[in-house]
Unconditional design. Structure first.
Length: 117
């Protein structure tokens, strides 16, 4: 699998910017929507590369189980992610998990309709 390039990062950031306030998405879903299925780990690298103060809402991305990937209690980023999600009304449980059924961002993909024959 080829590595994601820096230009891929911009594609990931564009998708993450579309995640609505009060919703979360997964690294894998962001990669798929950016046209790079199988590159979930690169989404993580891209989000980790963001500068402090970035407008990209990185905190709205969780792993496939709904877990905060930055969940170590001593991690400043983990605390920041939890607090930002809470401010948006997203409930993070004691196990550092978010209910994807309740808070997951559901993207409606356009269905291509064929012209009548």
């Amino acid at each position: 699998m080829p590595a994601a390039s820096p230009s891929s990062y911009e594609r990931f950031y564009a998708i993450v910017r579309r995640i609505p306030r009060g919703r979360v998405s997964t690294y894998g879903a962001v990669a798929r929507l950016a046209g790079l299925p199988g590159h979930a780990r690169q989404v993580g690298y891209a989000l980790a590369a963001l500068r402090d103060g970035s407008a990209v809402p990185w905190h709205r991305v969780v792993n496939a189980k709904g877990e905060l990937s930055l969940k170590r209690a001593a991690s400043p980023s983990g605390v920041t992610q939890r607090l930002r999600l809470a401010r948006e009304g997203v409930v993070v449980d004691a196990g550092a998990r978010v209910s994807l059924a309740r808070f997951g961002w559901r993207v409606r993909e356009r269905v291509a309709r064929s012209a009548p024959d």
